[in-house]
Design a protein around this ligand. Structure first.
Ligand SMILES: [Zn+2]
Length: 162
């Protein structure tokens, strides 16, 4: 297993939308995006309940998206809690996915009502959700990163081993 993300320099990694890896699976490509919401080791990470709500709502957003539903494989939190992984079919670049990712955070921001699938029979920890704070984090990420995204928020800084 090639863990590409171990070669990126987390000391200077900014928030943004990065290609984490492209895999070939059965003749087709799959692209994993690193959607980084926090600067690693330089700001507080996202609470688990917030990550959990983002996971549920962004999954629902993609399920209902005509263009992306069939291309979306998985969206879920990083173990380090500084961002989310978005996995799509195809060999894609950040510019291919930026508008749908932006819309997915806007969906969270504007969501009201009961969190989908947050029921004991559908979720492994159904009480562990936080809608207001997931909206706070979405708004912050939209305003501070996605709406004014720069080249340095779209390409990984590589570790210089020399
Ligand atoms: Zn759940």
């Amino acid at each position: 297993m090639d863990v590409t993300s171990f070669g990126i320099d987390h000391d200077v990694l900014l928030r943004g939308v990065y290609v984490s890896r492209v895999d070939e699976v059965g003749g087709d490509f799959v692209t994993t995006f690193d959607v980084r919401m926090k600067e690693p080791n330089r700001e507080p990470v996202i609470d688990t309940a917030i990550m959990h709500t983002l996971e549920h709502l962004i999954a629902i957003y993609y399920r209902g998206n005509k263009e992306w539903a069939d291309k979306t494989i998985y969206v879920g939190p990083m173990g380090c809690r500084t961002g989310m992984y978005f996995v799509f079919k195809g060999k894609l670049t950040p510019s291919d996915v930026l508008s749908s990712i932006t819309s997915s955070y806007e969906y969270v921001l504007n969501f009201s009502g009961e969190i989908p699938a947050a029921k004991a029979n559908m979720c492994g920890n159904y009480l562990d959700h936080n809608l207001p704070m997931s909206q706070y984090e979405s708004k912050k990420f939209l305003n501070e990163v996605l709406y004014g995204i720069q080249p340095e928020n779209l390409e990984y800084p590589k570790i210089n081993y020399s």
